[in-house]
Design a protein around this ligand. Structure first.
Ligand SMILES: *[C@@H]1O[C@H](CO)[C@@H](O)[C@H](O)[C@H]1NC(C)=O
Ligand SMILES: *[C@@H]1O[C@H](CO)[C@@H](O)[C@H](O)[C@H]1NC(C)=O
Ligand SMILES: *[C@@H]1O[C@H](CO)[C@@H](O)[C@H](O)[C@H]1NC(C)=O
Ligand SMILES: *[C@@H]1O[C@H](CO)[C@@H](O)[C@H](O)[C@H]1NC(C)=O
Ligand SMILES: *[C@@H]1O[C@H](CO)[C@@H](O)[C@H](O)[C@H]1NC(C)=O
Ligand SMILES: *[C@@H]1O[C@H](CO)[C@@H](O)[C@H](O)[C@H]1NC(C)=O
Length: 367
């Protein structure tokens, strides 16, 4: 459960949930590779197959349905999740989401950095008219940051959940309405005065998980509204689209020291890998490839086809000669066996042409 350590909200009874935090390399503790940037503003329509170089499926399987990407729990402990390979260094994340209803089921859209700053949207399935907002700083399990809001029919209607995040403030919006603001200045550790404002480059994680699975801690199950009843599933969260706007343009984000402050982040310039992926043209159709071939290559293909014709003609003559040798040519047209063979020959030709077109033609087109 790497993704879902982010469960740290108060339940009505003020039971803290034990969050598990995990990161592959924590830049406040060790030297890490820089984070690949997004470096642009882009909208993904999630009803289409996602580019796995941009959205990595880190758990389970995501289905592209008519309405969007479907994250489904159909069996015990399933937890389909995707994670962006890119990071943003301040920006906007706008997602159109239909939460999964059902007690014990948690749908979420999370921004998280390698030193475990975090910004959350969470939908807890037992209440389909509520969105939970939350944030964390450096993986500290502070359970006082969550705030809950009313959202109508969050399970049957798509709503627009937008996070606006810059160095001065963090905002949570639903359907163009500002629900919550956290300023940099107010986000302070009460005992030390240190900033607890999320401020390091984050990737985007979208998923669903059975927080109410019986194997989880009592506090988690309670927060999730009770134990999951897998027999009543499947439980599906649907994400129609995700827009991510990175406020910096560049190739990578590098932690300049181990302070974990935004001022310590170096923006390495260049085009990001994500941007290059986004700008790659879609795969071409066969007719497009044909149209783009230089005329010399087309002549080559025609000549090849003519060559095929010559081979077929030779085969035909061979057939005819064979028939003649058998002394049956005169009766050929009346001969049912001949007709049969001719049909076979036709089929053979047709298959040959088709496979030639598919394989040969395609190969030429790719060059
Ligand atoms: C996905 O949704 C977008 C926006 O609603 C639409 O324009 C597009 O045709 C859809 N694509 C598929 C494959 O359904
Ligand atoms: C994608 O996720 C898998 C599973 O968590 C992980 O092993 C892999 O390294 C990830 N790939 C990238 C490019 O992040
Ligand atoms: C669901 O959450 C909303 C918003 O917090 C609240 O007004 C409502 O009473 C809750 N409903 C249930 C059944 O807990
Ligand atoms: C979602 O909400 C944000 C913030 O209000 C707004 O800027 C954006 O245009 C909205 N997007 C859609 C698709 O409605
Ligand atoms: C505040 O700082 C103290 C001392 O470093 C630390 O133990 C505590 O976890 C911090 N609290 C938060 C909310 O960051
Ligand atoms: C970034 O991409 C643009 C457009 O494709 C190109 O003109 C530019 O040279 C690239 N910059 C670098 C540093 O590769």
């Amino acid at each position: 459960m790497t993704f879902f350590r982010n469960l740290a909200l108060l339940v009505a009874s003020v039971t803290p949930v034990i969050a598990q935090t995990w990161t592959h390399c924590n830049p406040t503790k060790e030297d890490c590779e820089p984070n690949p940037a997004l470096g642009t503003d882009y909208t993904w329509y999630m009803n289409e197959t996602l580019n796995d170089k941009i959205w990595n499926t880190t758990n389970g399987e995501i289905v592209s349905g008519d309405e969007g990407a479907e994250f489904t729990i159909a069996a015990k402990l399933q937890s389909p999740t995707i994670q962006s390979t890119f990071y943003i260094f301040f920006g906007v994340v706008e997602s159109l989401v239909k939460m999964a209803p059902g007690k014990g089921i948690v749908s979420s859209v999370v921004l998280q950095s390698d030193d475990l700053d975090e910004i959350d949207w969470e939908w807890v399935g037992y209440n389909t008219t509520e969105i939970q907002t939350n944030f964390y700083s450096k993986g500290v399990k502070d359970f006082n940051n969550g705030e809950f809001f009313y959202v109508e029919n969050a399970d049957t209607e798509f709503h627009n959940y937008t996070t606006y995040w810059d160095q001065d403030k963090l905002e949570w919006w639903v359907d163009n309405k500002l629900l919550r603001t956290l300023t940099y200045d107010e986000a302070k550790n009460k005992s030390t005065g240190d900033s607890i404002f999320p401020q390091t480059p984050c990737n985007v994680r979208i998923g669903i998980w059975p927080a109410g699975d019986e194997s989880n801690s009592e506090g988690t199950i309670e927060w999730a509204g009770g134990e999951v009843n897998y027999d009543e599933g499947p439980y599906t969260m649907t994400v129609a689209q995700v827009r991510v706007h990175d406020f910096h343009t560049g190739k990578e984000y590098e932690y300049g020291d181990n302070s974990g402050t935004w001022q310590s982040i170096n923006v390495i310039s260049g085009n990001s890998t994500a941007l290059e992926e986004i700008n790659k043209p879609p795969p071409k159709s066969l007719s497009q490839k044909w149209a783009e071939l230089p005329s010399g290559a087309k002549i080559g293909v025609y000549a090849g086809a003519a060559g095929v014709g010559a081979i077929l003609l030779a085969l035909f003559i061979f057939f005819v000669i064979r028939q003649r040798k058998k002394g049956r040519l005169e009766h050929a047209l009346d001969d049912s066996k001949w007709n049969e063979e001719r049909t076979e020959m036709n089929n053979y030709q047709q298959n040959w042409k088709q496979s030639e077109w598919k394989n040969g033609g395609y190969r030429v087109g790719q060059q």
